[in-house]
Design a protein around this ligand. Structure first.
Ligand SMILES: Cc1cc2nc3c(=O)[nH]c(=O)nc-3n(C[C@H](O)[C@H](O)[C@H](O)COP(=O)(O)OP(=O)(O)OC[C@H]3O[C@@H](n4cnc5c(N)ncnc54)[C@H](O)[C@@H]3O)c2cc1C
Length: 246
């Protein structure tokens, strides 16, 4: 897997701060102070003015489908209708590379070999790429160009840097994150998975043992549980007030 930066909005911190000033942030604050206020308080719409375009290669079709679930983005993928896939490269799950998994690894590699042979044979018999491609596996490597604004990237990292995300998309997210952090450290140093970014983990009880923050990052249910009953009484009162106002 490889991720390269193709384009990024230049001077994005100034751009975001100019946008924030239009919306009413005091002009006496510096651009960096404004960006800190925006990221800390989650006034994120102005972050939509900064765009990243990334070239992503060597990811599986399976993970490209997960990527496509992120609708607030522009996606361009290698076409299996127009590109030849004979002798294709493919993803090998880390679990199959472990010692003691030799038989599983052999079954997996055989499936890839069989798919490649079927595809190649069909192409040699004159079957069109758009028909032959249906024998290709989800592990098939694809090539992708992705454009996302910073607000959407933050949402992407919050979901996909979580240890519950699939290992391949988590690796992709980490590679993307490193690029984003390098370009805009003031913004991205405040972001990681949802737990880190929000200060509470919304995964609650399904948070796995492998979560590196498990020991010190509270669950959302635990924090909400402390005030929920009192807060609900306040909400009921507010709603009653609404009837009274009528
Ligand atoms: C651990 C994990 C497991 C997952 N498992 C599954 C699964 O089993 N099946 C599956 O289908 N997907 C699964 N997903 C994908 C997930 O449901 C989302 O589709 C994906 O993460 C994209 O997130 P998103 O909608 O926030 O992003 P985007 O599509 O980029 O949307 C960004 C934000 O815009 C807003 N938004 C976008 N579109 C709408 C809309 N139509 N209406 C209202 N608000 C909108 C929302 O606030 C959203 O958070 C999984 C994701 C993770 C991280």
């Amino acid at each position: 897997m490889d991720v390269k930066l193709l384009r990024v909005t230049k001077e994005g911190i100034d751009l975001v701060s100019e946008g924030a000033k239009v919306s009413g942030v005091p002009p006496t604050q510096s651009a960096r102070e404004i960006v800190a206020l925006i990221t800390d308080n989650d006034y994120s719409s102005v972050l939509e003015h900064i765009y990243f375009t990334l070239d992503i290669s060597g990811i599986s079709v399976a993970v490209s489908r997960e990527l496509l679930e992120h609708r607030i983005a522009s996606h361009t993928a290698r076409s299996t209708r127009y590109k030849e896939e004979k002798g294709f490269d493919y993803y090998i799950p880390k679990g199959l590379e472990r010692r003691g998994k030799e038989e599983e690894a052999r079954i997996y590699m055989d499936a890839m070999k069989n798919a490649n042979e079927a595809y190649t044979k069909l192409r040699e018999l004159g079957v069109a790429r758009e028909e032959a491609r249906y024998v290709l596996p989800l592990a098939l490597h694809t090539h992708y160009v992705l454009t996302m604004n910073v607000r959407s990237l933050i949402n992407f990292f919050m979901l996909r840097l979580c240890v519950r995300a699939s290992p391949e998309i988590r690796e992709l997210a980490m590679r993307m994150y490193k690029i984003c952090l390098e370009e805009y450290p003031d913004i991205f140093s405040k972001v990681w998975c949802r737990g880190f970014t929000l200060g509470v983990c919304p995964e609650n009880k399904v948070r796995p043992g492998g979560c590196p923050f498990k020991k010190f990052l509270p669950e959302k249910r635990e924090v909400k549980g402390r005030f929920e009953r009192d807060a609900k009484r306040v909400i009921e009162k507010e709603l009653k007030g609404l009837v009274f106002m009528r």
